[in-house]
Write a protein that binds this ligand. Structure first.
Ligand code: PLP
Ligand code: COI
Length: 339
């Protein structure tokens, strides 16, 4: 299949040519295999089917004006996948194996990397599943590491345009001492009901609060939350949110722009003090938030009007995306080229 309408692709699965597989058996990783099959053969008692032994990552390949293909901080995704694997007793994917797999999958799907200028990128999705059969609750003895790619447009439909989100008090995505800091499939299953309710009520996503007290902000659906107050970038500290690589980068960019950076618990009440707020992540990039609604109290926190994002969100967005596409020099050493 050839894609020509790059400007109109959404954040959805599109078939590409090949994906990558690597099996872990008898305590060791095998060789990387390339396949054109979109399917996996599973045992009916595979632990991924019953006990949620599944972790994943998400990163993107960006094509610049110079036609070069860049990856953004892939090593941070590799490290996070190691932490996730440890967290639910799966074998760690060595950094070198992760690197070989993601560089290879991009190279073998070269024609699916969106050209510069359409707001589209090649999304890379590494995942690790428990393959071996178990009926008792225990980790599998065999695993499969898969990496596929798919060209994507913006996660939130209008790209860099403000969205409205809803505070979620009815559901928790993750427990304080649970698996929220790992990129484990089960966390996303736990988020589906609240996301559906947010979408059904006309919101782009839900804003999770801390599960224990419902007093502090956790994260914004599949993205981290940040706020701007004067010259300060503030983002929640919590052990149940996913440590976002985008957020980590924005903290560095904000600090480089002369802003103060605060990484600390954010009480919900503080929402009325912020000048701008946003969601950030690989898929979401930076999504400015226009208003946050609390459906229980009907309280509305408004940050901007119409389609115009605040100045700091806009500045951070351009800095980040210009580094990712090579329009700004990579002074932080975040970029690797796929040649
Ligand atoms: N929070 C959750 C729950 C996510 O799924 C993601 C996406 O990976 C993020 C935050 C953002 O993380 P990153 O910036 O590393 O993509
Ligand atoms: C990402 O930002 O890469 C994510 O993983 C979000 C998502 C679950 C679609």
């Amino acid at each position: 299949m050839r894609i020509t309408d790059w400007g109109n692709i959404s954040f959805a699965y599109l078939k590409t040519n090949h994906n990558i597989r690597c099996y872990h058996k008898n305590g060791k990783w095998g060789k990387i295999e390339i396949t054109d099959s979109e399917y996996v053969k599973l045992h009916i008692a595979s632990t991924c089917l019953h006990y949620g032994q599944e972790i994943f990552e998400g990163l993107k390949a960006y094509k610049g004006k110079d036609d070069k293909v860049r990856l953004f901080r892939w090593d941070e995704n590799a490290k996070r996948m190691i932490r996730s694997a440890k967290g639910i007793l799966m074998p760690e994917i060595p950094l070198e194996l992760f690197k070989e797999a993601i560089f290879k999958v991009v190279r073998i799907n070269e024609e699916f990397i969106p050209p510069f200028g359409f707001g589209a990128t090649l999304y890379i999705r590494p995942l690790l599943i428990g393959l071996g059969p178990e009926v008792g609750v225990k980790p599998a003895k065999e695993y499969l590491f898969i990496v596929f790619v798919t060209p994507v447009g913006p996660y939130f439909r209008d790209g860099f345009a403000p969205v409205d989100i809803m505070i979620c008090k009815k559901y928790d995505r993750a427990a304080p001492l649970g698996t929220g800091a790992y990129k484990a499939g089960g966390n996303y299953a736990a988020s589906l009901m609240s996301l559906k309710e947010a979408h059904d009520s006309g919101f782009s996503t839900s804003l999770y609060l801390d599960a224990k007290e419902k007093k502090y902000i956790d994260e914004a659906g599949p993205a981290n939350f940040f706020a701007i107050k004067g010259n300060t970038y503030i983002t929640p500290e919590s052990n149940s949110i996913l440590p976002s690589i985008t957020n980590m980068s924005l903290m560095e960019l904000a600090s480089d722009m002369g802003m103060k950076v605060e990484h600390r618990p954010i009480p919900v009440d503080e929402l009325s003090d912020f000048d701008e707020v946003g969601a950030c992540g690989t898929a979401a990039v930076i999504t400015p938030i226009r208003k946050i609604v609390d459906p229980e109290s009907n309280k509305i926190y408004q940050y901007c009007e119409g389609t115009v994002a605040g100045p700091v969100c806009s500045k951070l967005y351009h800095k980040l995306t210009d580094i990712q596409t090579g329009d700004l020099p990579d002074k932080f050493g975040w970029i690797s080229f796929v040649e």
